[in-house]
Write a protein that binds this ligand. Structure first.
Ligand code: FES
Length: 207
């Protein structure tokens, strides 16, 4: 074989070899990232524990704030137990009999309307433009950003309210994995702000 031909063949193999090595260097971590179960999306409406509150500590019309934690990815950084949201929980009616795991399970199968006769859970995110809603001195809730006010049942407190709807409720139930602890879990969601109807971000609006 001619020396010139040899040189070309060698260069061709060298370029191919280097290309393969660089592809592996870039591609293998990407494939591993995709395969790693920590980076797969969880089920959409899974219930999440509410930290910081126990049903035993509640009294009528005395809201408590709880924290929702979950794994969260920010670029290449994985946070295994980050705060993803906060909720206001209000006892709005008498506590049902939850003295046995069977009674807890039966309560959880009742409709959300029935469960809300006992407790209502609201996201702390203001439906006006997304600030965080606090307690107010009048006994309800108020948003510090543009002065939206809400009653304890989540309704808008005044007609001249910048929020176009009341506070957004979240579906909840009692954590059956530890019925004696009497903690709650919620289906945490984010909602579209500044519209009249409650719409979940990323979900088709109900017809
Ligand atoms: S964001 Fe709450 S009143 Fe505007």
């Amino acid at each position: 074989m001619e020396p010139e031909t040899d040189r070309r063949s060698f260069l061709g193999f060298a370029i191919f070899g280097l290309g393969t090595i660089f592809s592996a260097i870039i591609g293998v971590p990407l494939v591993c990232y995709g395969i790693d179960p920590r980076h797969r999306k969880g089920p959409k409406s899974s219930f999440k524990a509410v930290d910081g509150i126990k049903l035993d500590e509640f009294s009528l019309n005395d809201p408590r704030q709880g924290v929702i934690r979950d794994k969260r990815d920010d670029g290449w950084i994985h946070y295994p137990n980050d705060v993803i949201g906060r909720v206001w929980v209000v006892q709005s009616g008498p506590r049902p009999d939850l003295s046995t795991p069977e009674k807890v399970a039966a309560f959880n199968t009742s409709s959300i309307v029935e469960r809300e006769r006992y407790l209502k859970v609201f996201t702390t995110i203001c439906p006006h433009m997304g600030c965080s809603v606090n307690r107010d001195s009048a006994g309800g809730f108020a948003c510090p950003c543009h002065a939206a006010t809400f009653a304890l049942n989540g309704d808008r407190a005044t007609a001249d309210n910048p929020a176009m709807r009341g506070m957004d409720t979240l579906e909840w139930k009692i954590d059956e994995s530890d019925p004696e602890a009497l903690r709650i879990v919620v289906a945490y969601k984010n909602f579209v702000s500044s519209i009249e109807k409650k719409e979940v971000i990323g979900e088709e609006p109900a017809a």
